[in-house]
Write a protein that binds this ligand. Structure first.
Ligand SMILES: NC(=O)c1ccc[n+]([C@@H]2O[C@H](COP(=O)([O-])OP(=O)(O)OC[C@H]3O[C@@H](n4cnc5c(N)ncnc54)[C@H](O)[C@@H]3O)[C@@H](O)[C@H]2O)c1
Length: 276
């Protein structure tokens, strides 16, 4: 068990990628407190008999609620070793020209407050405990933190900001606390959007990413949510002790697709007669 006795807090841990991180961390021996704004999902998680976690219903946009959540983790576990900022929303790749001018300011505020401020509130609240434990922070970025086309201007700008936040916090908190990130590619989840764009009830799963996007990726498919969790385990474990201010690129090869889109290596599979 790579995370035995680690005390961990995960935001947005009641669904999608966050839930996969929680499940994997528990399997690796960690004690996990899940923070999410969805009471319904937290209740469903607590009712599961196969996993034992603590939960706190909170909104990552609130400095006070995140301080309370961190305090709860410290009280229940006796400290904190790792804070995972993961809660986020998407803008459904809405183009700026198609965005209604009257929605722009509210949509910006809502998306940036969840995706960027929501990581900063966690960091602010967790600093003292993580300095004491010489712990770490891990933030979920995205392929949209590096490349265009993984969202609209709001989401892409927010995830670029997350990459900057990781570097700045790593700089400010060295040597006491390591700060790293993971940049996933597409994931088939319940990822929703800003209410200010009437996207709060949409889910990215409706886009059928495995069928529509999978074949365009260098790895040829959309990974299962749990396949992304190993990168977080690595960054939370002593195996990554030399790393801070880095982001593990798990973008399914979006950055290396080139002009052909489909994997050139497919020809090698045919050439060498590999089955399946
Ligand atoms: N799904 C993708 O294709 C994809 C790709 C790259 C990166 N990401 C990133 O992965 C992270 C997780 O997204 P997901 O796809 O698992 O989505 P998801 O909606 O399945 O899970 C996100 C969870 O965060 C919670 N949440 C949202 N806003 C919150 C807030 N203000 N306060 C507290 N909790 C809040 C939601 O209730 C939900 O349970 C996000 O940061 C997202 O940007 C997703």
């Amino acid at each position: 068990m790579r995370l035995a006795e680690q005390k961990v807090l995960v935001t947005g841990g009641a669904s999608g990628l966050g839930l996969a991180i929680v499940e994997r961390f528990v399997k690796e021996g960690a004690r996990v407190l899940v923070v999410d704004r969805s009471e319904e999902r937290l209740t469903a998680l607590q009712q599961r008999s196969d996993i034992d976690v603590e939960v706190v219903n909170a909104d990552v946009r609130s400095t006070k609620q995140m301080q309370d959540a961190v305090d709860q983790a410290v009280e229940r576990f006796g400290g904190l070793d790792c804070a995972v900022g993961n809660a986020g929303i998407w803008d459904y790749s809405k183009k700026l020209d198609d965005t209604e001018p009257e929605h722009l300011e509210d949509a910006f505020d809502e998306l940036f407050r969840v995706n960027v401020l929501g990581y900063i509130t966690l960091a602010k609240a967790a600093i003292p405990s993580l300095v004491r434990s010489r712990g770490c922070m891990i933030f979920t970025a995205s392929n949209a933190g590096y490349d265009a086309g993984g969202g609209g201007v709001l989401y892409t700008a927010s995830k670029h900001a997350v990459v900057g936040l990781i570097k700045q916090l790593a700089h400010e908190l060295a040597p006491g606390v390591r700060v790293n990130g993971v940049a996933p590619g597409p994931i088939d989840t319940q990822l929703s959007g800003p209410a200010a764009m009437s996207m709060e009830d949409r889910h990215i799963a409706e886009l059928n990413l495995p069928e529509k996007v999978g074949p365009t990726l260098a790895i040829g498919r959309v990974p299962e949510t749990r396949e992304y969790a190993g990168a977080f385990v690595h960054l939370a474990s002593a195996d990554s002790s030399p790393s801070t201010g880095t982001v593990v690129n798990a973008d399914c090869g979006i950055g290396v697709r080139g002009m052909t889109r489909a994997a050139l290596g497919q020809k090698l599979v045919e050439k060498y007669g590999v089955a399946g």
